[in-house]
Design a protein around this ligand. Sequence first.
Ligand code: SDX
Length: 431
Amino acid sequence: MATRQFTLTDNSSGKTSTLEALSPSVGPDVINIAPLAKDHGVYTFDPGFMSTASCESKITYIDGDKGVLLYRGYPVEQLAAKSSFLEVSYLLIYGELPTQTQLEEFTRSIGRHTMINESLLRFYNGFHYDAHPMAQLSAVVASMAGFYHDSLDIYNPRHREIFAHRIIAKMPTISAAAYKHMLGQPFVYPRNDLDYCSNLMSMFFGVPAEPFEIDPIAARALDLLLILHADHEQNASTSTVRLAGSTGTNPYSAISSGVAALWGPSHGGANEAVLQMLEEIGTADAIPKFLARVKDKQDHTKLMGFGHRVYKHFDPRAQIIRETCHQVLANLGRSDNPLFELALRLEEIALKDEYFVSRRLYPNVDFYSGIIYRAIGIPQSMFTVMFAIARTAGWVAHWQEMIADPGMKIGRPRQLYTGATTRNYVDIAAR
Ligand code: SDX
């Protein structure tokens, strides 16, 4: 099929070059700008990658105007209703939904990797009890490179697969250990007789002094949240994992860099910030005053959980979570949830306010997720950790896709330099 072409003319020299557009399976064409440097000696300038595709990928697709999110072509709404986090993890990594046998083998393999090396537990003692769990998570994940760096040939597909299973299996264990350290409670070992989310809850909330009773409603709600957070194209943390991984570094180090990037309040840290914001607003009658602060550019206050680089209409994940909130809160006997009512009122008012409407700001995945996490009993400081557990599936899938690409190159962006031109050193006496 004839590809779309763009002609670029340098008006000063009259030199012209033809740029080819590359067509996706769905979504906007992208222009291959490689000839620009060669033909015209120029680079493109796009801070924040607002209009730049950094790679080719087959994993996830978002249509921000239509509120579409596909994991390997499957709508997230269908996966949320019918799948499980482990099945979605398999789909993201291997590209296809597993057969019954494949899912059983994958689940068994994940179960065999849930424990962490006992010496890793000593890392937590180096943290004060009030150390943020995201700091603990990024540190302990990075330290895993110290255990596997000599048994991981990243160009060996089987080594890559073992890494994928290990890190997906161990993220809940590592996260739970951080939480237990914060509580001053003993670490609870994983139980392979439990499903992924029940095991996570057992390690978070169980104590050696008594048997832990799994709440299936809470476990299912958690599994849904993990599905919805599993992947999201080239978001900041996934792009960080790709850039770090492109150097050939140990994949645990690349995942740890993704954890660090996710922590930012503009990214995965927003779910914790939303609850802080709701508690700061307090009651519905304080909403107008808060929104006035958000609109005051001098105030630098953001409506956390609102806005998105890609979704300029609704975020399908936010819609699913908001609908799930009603059901989960009712099932958990927490229908009377003032924070949820406040969030609903805040959304209703903001979506009628010209400031947000004109900027196409809608609730994103982080706006309601904390309501469910809190109803399940997960503390605010652990909300972004939950996001990291889920997004590990996406990070792994993108890392694998990049490393397996024979055309992979180390990521090394160019820049627009506006600093000093060459000048000579001046002795201090003459300054
Ligand atoms: C996630 O990329 C992903 O896919 C991320 C994610 C994933 O699954 O990986 O979806 C997860 O990170 C969701 C986003 C969570 N972050 C927040 O909720 C924090 C609050 N949101 C904003 O910080 C902001 O909306 C971003 C960072 C999410 C997006 O920022 P953009 O795309 O760079 O948009 P922008 O900052 O250029 O905003 C355009 C305008 C600006 O106003 P003007 O300068 O035009 O007057 O909208 C304003 C912004 O000031 N604006 C907001 C706002 N978000 C944007 N104003 C108030 N409150 C907000 N939340």
